[in-house]
Design a protein. Structure first.
Length: 530
């Protein structure tokens, strides 16, 4: 299977912060614990083993077994769940929203990165066990972010009202959605497999959490993936001390703000609230606000005194939901976790949290940027070769690509830099003359220099434009190919649903990706599918 790659830094699609993190720039060292390389996991294992409360392992295993009670589970997944009771078992975790039918392709890449890292760690540290965890973001409430996916350039949207945590949302109405989607899929063997997978996931389960668990298990259960829904009373009981600290002391706000100040030269990913918790019920997830010695639930009439909210916490910890600042801490409290795998935006907000973790006395995980992939067909790869395009060309911005190829394909130089240099030398001589005569002449020379330089620049632009017209056929083929590979001039992995590639590749798609992706190599992989 032909595979090529380009570095993340050279792809042009990663932030300055991520590029500097990958290059281990010294100004970021204080914001993470250990850099993600295989050797650093030895110390991470020792530290997590020493600091993790093993009494919570029994709760974790019990909760997972209940959540998998009605799921057809692989022997490897069952083995992984059982092994979490042992002190030499650790997790590698990724998290993702409950996007309809998995959403964009990078859902697959996150999970495969997680699975493959556990395999590498087992080979390096055979005395320990490593379990890949998919943390379902069941408590999120932004339904508009997850209620659609793109297939062959069309957006398929699930129109429904949602106000509470999306994991508890009813799947009612998705039968009508499937009817529309099925028409686009066609009637091939792979199309019928996709229809059945959608039906079994969404029409045979009552809520979005159960549906997503079924889907992820169907895709990755054979690799031992363990899927966790942390919207759970028993798990949150272990988090009570940290919720109490947040309600009474609100220390995360101060600590994260201080850390964010160290990132002021970059785009700060998230800003902390004074209280980084939500109150949740089936149809509500709203911020908890502290005003006038009273805890209030935003946009509702619900409010509590200090003693009332602490009593609620002790009796019903499931009513407290961590936001983006507190969720990572919750994860590391309830899981024997070594590493979190996420996209650039996720790693960016984790980098704001190290001092918060230190204050909470919880081990900060290793942070690993997930695999990124561009999938191409053999036909597209051959077309690129025929057009003399390399992958760096195709990753460039379209205007830059067109300008570069126009200059390369022209049988004469379009760049008039040599004429501008000659002009500059001529005016240098004129300035020498001007300095020997009346000073007012200098202004006239300067005005003429600006006019003629601008004239050359305009001629250069018109020449480039003329050549683009002359080469329009080949340039159109070049941009058409780039648009196929980068829909909406964006990364394919952020736009396209896996089903588009499953139609052609069927059950070979995921094994191909699992075999190709190396999570600890910081490369953007280009994989040519047959």
């Amino acid at each position: 299977m032909p595979t090529d790659c380009i570095s993340y830094q050279n792809s042009g699609y990663f932030s300055a912060l991520m590029n500097d993190y990958l290059e281990e720039k010294s100004n970021l060292h204080s914001l993470y614990h250990r850099f993600p390389n295989l050797g650093n996991f030895e110390s991470q294992i020792q530290e997590k083993q020493a600091n993790f409360d093993d009494t919570s392992r029994a709760t974790l295993v019990s909760v997972l077994q209940k959540q998998y009670n009605t799921v057809e589970t692989s022997a490897l997944t069952n083995q992984n769940i059982a092994s979490l009771a042992n002190s030499n078992t650790f997790t590698i975790t990724t998290g993702h929203q409950l996007n309809l039918f998995s959403g964009p392709l990078y859902f697959l890449y996150k999970i495969i990165s997680t699975i493959n890292l556990t395999t590498e760690l087992k080979a390096k540290y055979p005395d320990s066990n490593f379990v890949p965890i998919y943390w379902m973001a069941t408590e999120d409430h932004d339904f508009e972010e997850i209620n659609y996916f793109n297939f062959k350039g069309k957006k398929f949207r699930w129109n429904k009202e949602s106000t509470g945590p999306v994991g508890r949302l009813s799947t009612e109405g998705l039968a009508d959605f499937l009817e529309v989607y099925a028409l686009e899929l066609g009637s091939s063997t792979n199309a019928n497999t996709l229809k059945k997978l959608f039906e079994d996931s969404y029409l045979n389960h009552d809520n979005l959490a159960d549906a997503t668990r079924f889907l992820a298990n169907a895709l990755f259960g054979a690799y031992g993936l363990v899927i966790l829904d942390a919207d759970n009373q028993d798990l949150k009981r272990n988090f009570i001390p940290f919720v109490k600290e947040e309600l009474l002391q609100q220390s995360s706000h101060k600590l994260v703000l201080e850390t964010a100040e160290k990132l002021k030269d970059y785009t700060v990913q998230v800003n902390p609230r004074e209280i980084n918790l939500f109150y949740i019920e089936d149809d509500i997830r709203e911020r908890i606000i502290f005003e006038n010695d009273t805890y209030k639930v935003n946009h509702t009439k619900i409010e509590f005194s200090e003693s009332e909210i602490l009593t609620l916490l002790e009796n019903h910890p499931e009513k407290f939901s961590p936001n983006v600042i507190m969720r990572p801490l919750y994860q590391e409290v309830i899981l024997p976790n070594l590493c979190y795998i996420g996209g650039g935006g996720e790693i960016a907000y984790w980098l704001e949290l190290k001092s918060f973790f230190a204050a909470a006395k919880i081990t900060f995980p290793i942070l690993l940027l997930r695999n990124s992939v561009l999938l191409a067909t053999e036909k597209q790869t051959k077309k690129a070769d025929k057009l003399d395009l390399n992958w760096a060309d195709l990753f460039s911005k379209q205007d830059d690509l067109v300008n570069t190829k126009t200059k390369q394909l022209s049988d004469f130089p379009i760049d008039l830099t040599h004429l501008k240099t000659q002009l500059q030398k001529q005016f240098e001589a004129l300035y020498e003359v001007a300095n020997k005569t009346d000073k007012s002449f200098i202004g006239a020379v300067k005005a003429q220099e600006v006019k003629q330089t601008k004239g050359l620049e305009n001629l250069e632009k018109r020449l480039l434009k003329a050549q683009k017209r002359k080469l329009s056929d080949v340039l159109q083929r070049i941009t058409d190919l780039q648009n196929e590979l980068f829909p909406n001039q964006s990364l394919q992995e952020r736009q396209t649903n896996f089903s588009e590639f499953y139609l052609e590749n069927g059950d070979n798609l995921i094994p191909t990706l699992v075999n190709q992706l190396k999570p600890l190599q910081s490369n953007f992989d280009i994989i040519t599918l047959p």
